[in-house]
Design a protein around this ligand. Structure first.
Ligand code: SAM
Length: 348
């Protein structure tokens, strides 16, 4: 395949969008496949096993992904997160991560995982330079985890959490999607974990995305309510650290806690004005917003034009189209909870 000299790629700091946001963070969905069927992420059809998956040819190959990342890093991307679907189920992922780690200028590689394979893969991930891990866990009760995910996996996931803590990962973040009547009675138990372990426990507002029919104004709980419930345990001390490093507002629950709490409020206090992200879906579409369906078909560019200049142009088009903010509240008002494309394909 023809590789151009990188001199034809627009240089560093060219990734500024129309609203003066500097884009430095690329999220890669490695696969739409997942070893769990979380009730808020998949449709009923999918949970019966009738999930229509992408064909192998529809996925970007590792070579294609590496090429995109090289171009993006030359333009100013410094941070990449691997997500999915479940990124650790894609064959050859560790070798891919090692090759990613060799890209000069890429200073930060992170992963979001359901943790099922972390006990097994954690040490190699860590050795490959991935020391920042987000693990999704929506309950601390094994039977409830089984009900939410469709798999009896709590013990396995928890061993994954312990593996990453023992390796010295900093931070290990736990992602909990708070849902009324489903797991909201565990909000304070999750917050309490930060008083015992050096974790960042993150409370994520449930979004009407992923074609889940479970979202409605009753199951949705906003950050203000989550924080009010946690405040009954002690003082929430705001921390500056973490600002600019992600969408979470970060607090410590009491001055002695080894861990912290993060609150991610895509609906009630959206962080669009600070958003520095670009996403690449598992089928090779560039999306500049999780909640806007405008996409640039980078796979077609990769397979039909072959040049780094064309890849750079696609990245710039996606960034030029980045909306000022998402319109989820408006859509919820109009439709009661419209659903956007599948989370597993886009990459949560
Ligand atoms: N399989 C990996 C995992 O479980 O972390 C990565 C993909 S998953 C789609 C990424 C994150 O999106 C998870 O933390 C999950 O809880 C979150 N997520 C999925 N659907 C969501 C929804 N409707 N609202 C809020 N967060 C959601």
């Amino acid at each position: 395949m023809k590789q151009e000299k990188t001199s034809s790629i627009p240089r560093e700091n060219s990734l500024i969008d129309m609203f003066s946001r500097s884009i430095s963070y690329l999220r890669l969905s490695l696969t739409d496949r997942c070893n769990l069927r979380c009730l808020y992420c998949v449709t009923e059809d999918e949970s019966n096993g009738s999930l229509t998956r992408l064909r192998h040819d529809d996925l970007l190959t590792y070579e294609e992904l590496l090429r995109v990342v090289r171009v993006a890093v030359a333009m100013g991307i410094t941070k990449v997160r691997l997500t999915g679907g479940e990124p650790l189920v894609r064959r050859g992922v560790l070798d891919f991560i090692r090759r990613l780690g060799a890209i000069q200028g890429l200073t930060d590689i992170r992963i979001t995982t359901n943790g099922v394979l972390l006990e097994q893969y954690g040490p190699e991930l860590y050795a490959a330079g991935v020391n920042k891990v987000n693990i999704s866990l929506d309950s601390l009760q094994p039977e409830r985890v089984a009900a939410i995910t469709g798999t009896d996996c709590f013990d396995q996931v928890w061993r994954g959490v312990e593996t990453m803590l023992a390796l010295g990962c900093a931070p290990v973040k736990l992602n909990m999607v708070a849902m009324r009547h489903i797991n909201d009675d565990e909000i304070t138990a999750f917050a309490g974990l930060s008083q015992r372990l050096p974790l960042q426990v993150r409370f994520i507002e449930f979004m009407p995305i992923g074609a889940s029919s479970r979202w409605n104004t009753d199951t949705y709980i906003d950050t203000d309510e989550i924080m009010a419930r946690i405040s009954t345990l002690g003082e929430l001390i705001p921390l500056q650290e973490g600002r600019g490093d992600g969408p979470a507002q970060v607090f410590r629950l009491g001055s002695d806690a080894p861990g912290t709490l993060g609150f991610i409020s895509p609906i009630s206090h959206h962080f669009c004005n600070r958003c520095n992200r670009l996403r690449l879906t598992s089928s090779g579409a560039l999306r500049s917003c999780l909640l806007h369906d405008h996409e640039v078909d980078l796979r077609a560019v990769l397979r039909e034009q072959f040049t780094d200049t064309a890849i750079a142009a696609a990245l710039l088009t996606a960034i030029r189209n980045k909306p000022k903010g998402h319109d989820l509240e408006e859509r919820i008002r109009q439709t009661g909870g419209d659903c956007h494309g599948r989370m597993s394909r886009i990459g949560g």
